[in-house]
Design a protein around this ligand. Structure first.
Ligand code: SF4
Length: 577
């Protein structure tokens, strides 16, 4: 269930204004804000890119950036604003992409509803001027049930004409799975919108914030009905027409790439028109996820402060999931499905998940059946060998060893700066109120290695121990050292916990001839856990001799042997220089 390295993308929502010409009933924005005429100053707009560049340089786990130009309604701003700033954004995106394996886009979100033809024509011309840039993606929404198109959908026909008149390589239709859209079916979607030149559909669930909070439950359908809809769309979509989430799922199962379109971004930052930075782009004003103090673009140490204050959201993404996700084969990519329902009241979600889940397991299975899946055992070995090579190539510097302050100390973001690239002894209780797992995510992000002594592990609450052990055995914390004794003590003292039982059973069963090919332990999603048990087995060398009896155990043992041998070779070389 290794998942930390897959949560590697920032979504940066630059909200140029919150003002909007519509009042859609599902909107996640505080309705009061939709009348706020304040517009983002151009200097703030441009400095967002500089600030994010600092964050990319700082956070070793941040490998992709997607950008949203969003409101409210961005066409409220004079077209001249975007004539200057859209090409600026596209060029900056191109610069960022030069350093990434997976390129991001400037995603321009607009309702394409205009008061008059002049205004409409100016914006269509602007979008068409940049429509063939690979970085440019234009998004608009089809919403038959949210008041988007007014009484009797009278705004839909002119909207459709505007959509048709836009020439862009990436012309994407946002669709929310509600009772009405699901009832209309995916055939309607293709028949109605492909003729308008739509190339991709971005299909999401309702975000329960703003006026969307009251829209949510009355307009929900079961996850099974949503899955059926998406599976049918997967079957009938013509070649070249893609849709989210299936497109990202294909990469995740076939190549092991990340899957964050469900809101599971490493950072989901909104930059408000005044530069205020918040940590869940679907929450505004009183609902906004803020840091310890308000952070504005341009603040000194913005990147350190954002990294330090994002840990609550990041940990939600890495650690929170529904109980039935624990041994799901898709967990390491899916992580528990639509993010906003993982942090919602469970009772509001349980009502809808009797035959499928908020991750659409039925669709995952279908995607896997069509595309096949990558080999997680070999992929893990390759990743370990690559990281050994990178470590061997890194210039060796004296490491600063520090211990977390107990009585008083600098603010956490300043402490991160002080400890960056060094080594920290992490304590069960220290001056920082941030939970231990969140502090570890932050240390790991800035390249600081961590050690936790046994006594500190035992002094943690049972919930803190559980989450720490789970991330350790699934290799989400490669730069954290905890003794095997501490982990085995936790396993021995927590019988009945599904994770403890799995680790305990692994110790017994991996050495037995009776392990069947369908056993959960030989399923790919447990690769890291099985490797941990083999590496830290309490069995005698004599008993270990049987470990090659099962083919998987033999393969993993060989990988571990090769990695140990390579590490010893690199260590010898380093010492001799
Ligand atoms: S597919 Fe469903 S059960 Fe599996 S991890 Fe995702 S939400 Fe959980």
């Amino acid at each position: 269930m290794h998942k930390a390295s897959r949560v590697n993308q920032a979504n940066i929502s630059i909200t140029a204004t919150r003002w909007c010409n519509r009042r859609c009933t599902h909107c996640y924005i505080d309705p009061a804000e939709l009348g706020n005429p304040y517009q983002m100053h151009e200097s703030v707009f441009r400095s967002v890119f500089d600030s994010v560049a600092e964050l990319v340089a700082l956070d070793t786990g941040l490998e992709e950036v997607e950008w949203e130009l969003i409101g409210g309604e961005i066409t409220k701003l004079p077209v001249e604003y975007w004539e200057r700033n859209l090409p600026y954004a596209l060029n900056r995106c191109r610069e960022f992409n030069a350093g990434f394996k997976t390129p991001g886009s400037i995603n321009v979100l607009t309702n394409l509803i205009f008061a008059n033809d002049k205004h409409r024509g100016e914006y269509v011309d602007l979008f068409n001027k940049y429509g063939d840039w690979p970085e440019m993606a234009i998004y608009t929404s089809w919403e038959p049930d949210t008041n988007r198109f007014g009484k009797n959908l009278k705004l839909m026909a002119p909207w459709a004409e505007t959509v048709r008149s836009i020439n862009a390589r990436q012309k994407i239709l946002d669709v929310i799975l509600t009772k009405t859209t699901v009832a209309m079916g995916p055939d309607y979607l293709l028949e109605t919108f492909l003729p308008l030149g739509i190339t991709d559909f971005s299909i999401k669930m309702i975000s329960p914030y703003g006026s969307g909070r009251t829209f949510w439950q009355p307009n929900m359908v079961s996850f099974k009905e949503m899955s059926d809809y998406l599976c049918r769309l997967f079957d009938i979509a013509p070649p070249g027409i893609t849709f989210t989430p299936a497109d990202e799922m294909s990469g995740a199962v076939f190549r092991g790439t990340s899957y964050q379109c469900i809101g599971n971004f490493r950072y989901d930052l909104a930059v408000e028109p005044d530069g205020l930075t918040t940590f869940n782009a679907n929450q505004t004003t009183d609902e906004a996820a803020l840091g310890d103090r308000k952070i504005y673009v341009g603040d000194k140490d913005w990147a350190y402060r954002v990294l330090a204050d994002n840990t609550q959201e990041l940990d939600n993404k890495l650690s929170r999931y529904h109980s039935y996700c624990f041994q799901c084969e898709f967990h390491s990519a899916c992580a528990g499905g639509w993010y906003h329902y993982r942090i919602a009241e469970p009772a509001d979600v349980r009502a809808w998940d009797s035959d499928d889940c908020p991750g659409y397991k039925q669709l995952w299975t279908k995607v896997k059946d069509r595309h096949g899946s990558f080999d997680p055992v070999q992929a893990r070995h390759n990743a370990e060998m690559n990281s050994l090579v990178l470590m061997a190539q890194a210039p060796s510097r004296p490491t600063v060893h520090l211990e977390e302050p107990v009585e008083s100390g600098p603010g956490f973001s300043d402490w991160l700066k002080e400890t960056q690239g060094g080594s920290v002894k992490v304590l069960a209780r220290c001056v920082y109120e941030k939970p231990i797992i969140q502090r570890i995510w932050a240390y790991q992000a800035v390249g600081t290695s961590t050690t936790i002594a046994d006594d500190d592990v035992f002094a943690l609450s049972s919930a803190e121990q559980r989450v720490l052990i789970e991330h350790l055995v699934y290799r989400d914390l490669p730069s954290t050292t905890v003794s095997a004794r501490a982990v085995w003590t936790w396993v021995d003292t927590n019988p009945g916990d599904p994770l403890a039982d799995l680790i305990a059973r692994a110790e017994d069963d991996l050495l037995s001839k009776g392990l069947s090919s369908s056993d959960i332990l030989v399923a790919g999603h447990n690769t890291e856990l099985v490797r941990w048990v083999l590496r830290h087995s309490r069995r005698s060398a004599d008993e270990e001799g049987h470990s090659t009896l099962h083919p998987l155990v033999g393969q993993l043992s060989r990988h571990l042997y090769l990695e140990d041998r390579a590490k010893a070779r690199f260590d010898r070389r380093r010492l001799s220089h």
